[in-house]
Design a protein around this ligand. Sequence first.
Ligand SMILES: [Zn+2]
Length: 77
Amino acid sequence: MYGYRCEYCEGTVKPRKVEREAFKHKNGFVILENITIGVCDSCGNRYYHADILHTVHEIATGKRLAERTEPIPVAHL
Ligand SMILES: [Zn+2]
């Protein structure tokens, strides 16, 4: 599902297993753990497969229950 050409450079998007990745959503953030994302081997841009974005959307909209919820620190400069 990865291995295609980067949209921003001449690099190739390679699969990388990550322990956790935070996704911004209009309702806040969703963190997915132990997922495989795509990372460009040249510029480092990250790519997410449609399945990942679909899961983030389902959790963010309450269609799918999160396994747990963690507090996120917030501050102003
Ligand atoms: Zn790239």
